[in-house]
Write a protein that binds this ligand. Sequence first.
Ligand code: NDP
Ligand code: HSE
Length: 442
Amino acid sequence: MTNSHEYRPLRIALLGAGSVGSQVARLLIEHKSELAARVGAELELVGIAVRDINSPRNAGVPRELLTLDAESLILGADIVIEVMGGIEPARTYILQALNSGSDVITANKALLATHGTELFDTAEQVGAQLYFEAAVAGAIPIIRPLRESLAGDKVNRIMGIVNGTTNFILDRMDSTGATFEDALAEATELGYAEADPTADIEAYDAAQKAAILASLAFHTEVPLESVYREGITKITAEQMAAAKRDGYVIKLLAICERVAADSAGLEGVSVRVHPALISREHPLGAVRGAFNAVFVEAEAAGSLMFYGAGAGGVQTASAVLGDLVSAAKRHVAGGPGLADSVHANLPVLPIDRVQTRYQITLEVTDQPGILAKIANVFSDHNVSIETVEQSVRVLAGIASKTATLEVGTHAATDASLSAVVKSLAANDAVESITSVIRVEGI
Ligand code: NDP
Ligand code: HSE
């Protein structure tokens, strides 16, 4: 190990100086000598590409390094850090950097989930490296464990809370009884939710992260379009209260799992993001506020849990700098770096093939024989009922003419479970279906 920085200074180009980029710049400058000692070469921040030089910026960003000319900056760099976000021009800049022989670090999950194959193929062809620890779950080290630590194991399932904004909203609904709208307003006021929160609340952000995690875990290309996605906008205060009463909490879960062969022998993987009931006793049930957590089940390692800040400028900058040290060390010491493999090439199956469990809440006519009628709908679709709870509302001493039934199922294919819901909706004993939600983690 060398402490004398015999290697020439490495030229670092930063693309973006927003929440993440400004913190990367600050930490790179503040910890310059410590980073140099760790790497064995100085890390010289040579420029920061932005959209508007005159925008007000964090004091840690040296104004003299700002430039509008990203392309020249890239061409003169050894390592390029892309924290601009968006698809273009980030994609073009990363390709330019890789093609000019630079290693690239990115936090851009939207880009990786849509153009990852192109970027990784380019990196491999030119012998460059693409690092992306910050792209999933911010500060939490999850990419490196999947790429390296678990590379000799077989990952069977990943279940994670990978979006802090939605976890904050659901947690507020759970702990205060707030409606979705009120909890979203609070998340916006506190700066967790963006002015346009669609990417978070409709689970696009979580789906991008799930696609990245699944492709690493299963060594398989996972197109974003193959990820089943349901957001949290329809979750009601009543569903939250019922979940709490039953010992559950509702979380937006990203679930990547292997799916056993069907009768035709087709096995594959499934990747889905949707709200689900999870026991309050489950480690993911205890994840509060805007925190993230990823629960990994591997054949030999067993269950592993990764927990921490899934977003935030400085937290995400930590993951970027970790990648930077790895990339810089590779420059100094040489070596091939990592190449992700999609050799397994498993089919990504639709959610229909997944085994899951539903909890369905119905308003039914309160008459003899109705329960049997409802039970028949489940058995017609080969779905086994695990629990049934019935209650009748009494208002001003008068019992309602309908009863509320809460039916929990055993595991069945999602296709059978959704067929049950369709049949129930068409059944004349059913006045309304007030809640349908999957149950996970059992
Ligand atoms: P910001 O919007 O705060 O910052 C974006 C920066 O990129 C700004 O400095 C902007 O310049 C610059 N920029 C945007 N477009 C261009 C362009 N065409 N040319 C040059 N510069 C450009 O984003 P964040 O820092 O929040 O996010 C950056 C990346 O990190 C994204 O991919 C995001 O998904 C990811 N990420 C963010 C997390 C977070 O907590 N914020 C967590 C995990 C990942 P200007 O300042 O002049 O407008
Ligand atoms: N919007 C994301 C979240 C942060 O709420 O988790 C960036 O990944």
